[in-house]
Design a protein around this ligand. Structure first.
Ligand SMILES: NC(=O)c1ccc[n+]([C@@H]2O[C@H](COP(=O)([O-])OP(=O)(O)OC[C@H]3O[C@@H](n4cnc5c(N)ncnc54)[C@H](O)[C@@H]3O)[C@@H](O)[C@H]2O)c1
Length: 251
């Protein structure tokens, strides 16, 4: 049974791997056997060291994924260092919190560029390599705001809705190429992304009160879902958005 989830010999490219959910999923994939290319616009060497301490190879690449052409550079680095990309985790993402009445074009464009545009072009660049072996796994990180509107985060909600739709659109086209495309929609997780919410006693209390599990999620909570969607265990699963939220959406 464990061989279904074994990632030995696989190469994973993880974006936003220096911290938070990206770091957690990177360590989960490495524990299951994958080597890792860590891509971030800040240094991710400390996480690469953690991957190596698990006995896997790791290479860090510092790259701003909001820049045009960065997707090809990331995939080229993985092919140069490891010979291929088997698993892409499209995790890097940002959020801007401002009432919609006051929202700026910059806060719209910055979020859409990283959270939606770069997700599509990274998937495209990775799939062009995966199709050579007729096998690959793409995992996009969506959000509960792929389903709900959120409060004061209009570009983030729009971008995560786009992530869910990009996931389904690519799944339809690439199933015949042997490439699975799925998304994980994390619930409310304790990372930099939610620092402002957790520091607001009213919002943080209201959120916690609705989570059936009775706690905020932590990055380790995504490891099982990431390994499942990266492994042969999910070979007949594509176009799915897997909610990992302590029960939030069931309320
Ligand atoms: N924390 C949550 O509750 C939550 C819930 C749902 C979805 N998510 C999503 O999970 C993903 C990870 O978020 P997190 O919570 O770990 O937040 P985080 O802010 O801790 O991590 C985001 C990562 O993306 C990287 N990044 C930001 N801009 C970049 C750029 N231009 N180029 C390359 N890398 C860049 C950051 O350096 C960081 O490593 C995001 O897509 C986020 O939207 C988070």
């Amino acid at each position: 049974m464990t061989s279904l989830f074994d990632l030995s010999g696989k190469t994973a490219l993880i974006t936003g791997a220096s911290t938070g959910l990206g770091r957690g999923m990177t360590l989960g994939l490495a524990a299951a056997g994958a080597d890792a290319l860590l891509v971030d616009h800040v240094a991710s060497g400390a996480v690469a060291d953690e991957v190596r301490s698990l006995g896997r190879r790791a290479v860090s690449l510092t790259l701003d994924l909001a820049q045009s052409g960065s997707a090809a550079l990331a995939v080229e680095a993985a092919v140069r260092e490891f010979g291929k990309v088997d698993i892409l985790v499209n995790n890097a993402g940002i959020i801007r919190r401002t009432p919609a009445m006051d929202f700026t074009e910059k806060d719209w464009d910055d979020v859409m560029t990283l959270n939606a545009r770069s997700v599509f072009f990274l998937a495209q660049a990775a799939a062009r390599d995966m199709r050579k072996r007729r096998y690959g796994k793409i995992i996009n990180i969506a959000s509960l705001l792929a389903f709900q509107g959120g409060i004061r985060v209009p570009s983030y909600a729009a971008s995560k809705g786009a992530v869910a739709q990009i996931t389904k659109a690519l799944a339809n086209e690439w199933a015949a190429e042997g490439i699975g495309v799925n998304a994980i929609a994390p619930g409310y997780m304790a990372t930099n992304n939610t620092k402002a919410l957790r520091e607001d006693p009213a919002r943080s209390g209201a959120i916690l009160e609705r989570i059936p599990a009775g706690r905020w999620g932590v990055p380790e909570d995504l490891q099982g879902a990431a390994v499942f969607l990266a492994s042969a265990a999910s070979d007949y699963v594509t176009g799915h958005v897997l909610v990992v939220d302590g029960g939030w959406m069931a309320r």
